[in-house]
Design a protein around this ligand. Structure first.
Ligand SMILES: O=c1[nH]c(=O)c2[nH]c(=O)[nH]c2[nH]1
Length: 296
């Protein structure tokens, strides 16, 4: 019997970077959290502490900052591909890289018609995300979003489920349906207008959430993924993680009042967690694209 080193990766996690484009007096900003992970011939550092092929995580961090200065960051997918390709092509023994980026939204402070030139207000909590994986000569881009909070005040039912001696939930033909969408979708190639594709997939999933008369959050999940795939041939699969943000009708009978789905108690936990993969049935699976990704 022997003991061997299994799969591993290493890098700098959660590098915070804010980049200001000052080319004109009307500045633009990018606010990102970037994580790098390198993979490859790393037995020596694990087995013997031999660092000769261990590009320091500190250098990885510096590379992120330098790359942001050497050329415009652009879309997060392009920046992640630039970084990943750099590490794999220049670092000895490194054959793979995973670059994770979360982008935070800033909006111009609404001063004058088009907003202030260099003053911004943090947008919503929603993050745009990408996870780029380079594995030898293969490249995978999985983009998405997190914390997109949505709610339907009607158009949602939940009934017809099995009952047993532990069941207390009442069937409902009308309830609030609310969730914070985490979605990631895998692109089939890298020849993509990343910003346009992101905006359209987001809008398509929102429309599907709104227009689906939901008999279960699971059904809404499927409809959201399906709508995105139908409209976006460049996408192979969509993975969704949807916490069911329960809203309970408050019993106002103690003071003789009816409550016709007007006053709710918004519970923060526990919550149902509805997760699923919506995929084309004619594409190859890509487990490497998803390996060790948060939430999936
Ligand atoms: O849309 C729902 N799906 C469930 O699986 C579930 N379970 C539950 O208690 N409420 C709900 N709602």
């Amino acid at each position: 019997m022997g003991i061997v080193m299994g799969p591993n990766q290493y890098g700098k996690a959660e590098v915070r970077i804010v980049s200001v484009n000052r080319d004109t007096p009307r500045h633009t900003i990018k606010d990102l959290t970037v994580s790098t992970s390198l993979r490859g011939d790393l037995d020596a550092v694990h087995l013997a502490g031999d660092n000769s092929k261990c590009l320091p995580t500190d250098t990885q961090k510096n590379t992120i900052y330098a790359f942001a200065k050497e050329a415009p960051i652009g879309e997060i997918e392009s920046f992640a591909l630039r970084l990943g390709r750099h590490f794999v092509s220049t670092a000895e023994g490194i054959s793979g890289a995973r670059i994770l980026i979360d982008e935070y939204s800033w909006e111009r402070i609404p001063v004058g018609g088009t907003g202030h030139d260099h003053s911004f207000v943090r947008g919503t909590d929603e993050k745009r995300t990408t996870a780029v994986t380079i594995d030898g000569d293969k490249e995978y881009v999985v983009s998405g979003l997190r914390d997109l909070v949505v709610l339907k005040s009607t158009g949602s039912e939940f009934w017809g489920y099995p009952k047993d001696k532990y069941t207390t939930l009442a069937e409902t033909r009308d309830r609030i349906l609310a969730t914070a969408v985490t979605a990631r979708w895998r692109y089939l190639h890298t020849d993509v207008d990343w910003a346009k594709s992101f905006e359209s997939i987001r809008a398509t999933m929102l429309e599907a959430f709104a227009t689906t008369h939901s008999l279960a959050l699971q059904q809404s999940l499927y409809e959201m993924g399906k709508a995105a795939l139908e409209k976006h041939p460049e996408v192979a699969e969509v993975r969704l993680s949807l916490p069911n943000k329960h809203h309970f009708v408050v019993d106002l009978s103690f003071c003789g009042l009816d409550n016709d789905n007007e006053v709710f108690y918004a519970a923060d936990r526990p919550y149902g967690l509805i997760e699923g993969v919506v995929t084309r049935d004619d594409v190859e699976e890509a487990p490497r694209a998803w390996y060790s990704l948060p939430e999936f």
